[in-house]
Design a protein around this ligand. Structure first.
Ligand SMILES: CC(C)(COP(=O)(O)OP(=O)(O)OC[C@H]1O[C@@H](n2cnc3c(N)ncnc32)[C@H](O)[C@@H]1OP(=O)(O)O)[C@@H](O)C(=O)NCCC(=O)NCCS
Length: 200
């Protein structure tokens, strides 16, 4: 499967991508504090181990009732980051969540907006989603700006633990009614429909 919008293309991450993805993984992508750290590894080694091991976990544990699609993001053919789309009980709840990061050198060029638009196009226009949710620390201005620009509205605040202490997370939600269609090209989805438990 492949998604594209302008010169930005997204496709599933493969093992061959992992060394490059690992090398460009930015320090400011927050990982879930509940993920276990191995005592014999530094914080940095644990971050990188988790990055790689999570992509294997997502592929190895995929089921239509709980999935996380990790997509490599390319700009004009150059790998620059990761965009994830995930859902639990999608056949009933029709709600997707997302997460993403970009290599530091690839920021500030509108790519974040394009990659989120691409996965929302897949979710709303091809998988039949009724809502998309997102959350970010209240001080994560770029992530929140992308969400707001795409029509997400605020949906509450929660507290979360983080390596730097307790932080506030801003939750957002976008409904199908508020989603404005964008020119996202999706190819290769038909062979994957059973994996998402969706029909044509
Ligand atoms: C989140 C991330 C993918 C955004 O990519 P980016 O290239 O930095 O984003 P952009 O520079 O395109 O900015 C996106 C929007 O935020 C706005 N923005 C950026 N910095 C801002 C700031 N300090 N204050 C207000 N708005 C800001 C931009 O103007 C832009 O909005 P616009 O398109 O309406 O002009 C990137 O910063 C990243 O990888 N961060 C680390 C991982 C992360 O936080 N992921 C999200 C977890 S929820």
């Amino acid at each position: 499967m492949r998604l594209s919008i302008g010169d930005v293309a997204l496709r599933p991450v493969t093992d061959a991508d992992l060394p490059a993805i690992d090398a460009m993984f930015p320090d400011d992508d927050e990982q879930d504090p509940r993920w276990e750290h191995f005592a014999g590894l530094s914080a940095q080694r644990n971050r990188h181990r988790l990055l790689v091991q999570r992509t294997w976990h997502h592929r190895g544990s995929w089921s239509p009732s709980s999935w996380c699609l990790d997509l490599a993001v390319e700009v004009s053919g150059e790998l620059v980051g990761l965009q994830a789309l995930e859902a639990d009980d999608f056949a009933k709840l029709r709600t997707v969540d997302s997460g993403s990061w970009l290599a530091v050198h690839a920021r500030g060029r509108g790519t974040a907006m394009a990659m989120r638009t691409a996965i929302l196009g897949l979710a709303f226009d091809h998988l039949g989603a009724v809502a998309a949710i997102s959350c970010a620390r209240v001080d994560n201005a770029p992530s929140l700006a992308v969400s707001r620009r795409l029509g997400y509205v605020e949906n509450g605040v929660s507290l979360s633990d983080s390596p730097g202490g307790v932080v506030e997370l801003q939750h957002l939600r976008l409904t199908r009614e508020s989603w404005a269609a964008h020119p996202v090209k999706v190819t290769g989805l038909d062979a994957c429909r059973a994996w998402f438990a969706v029909s044509d």
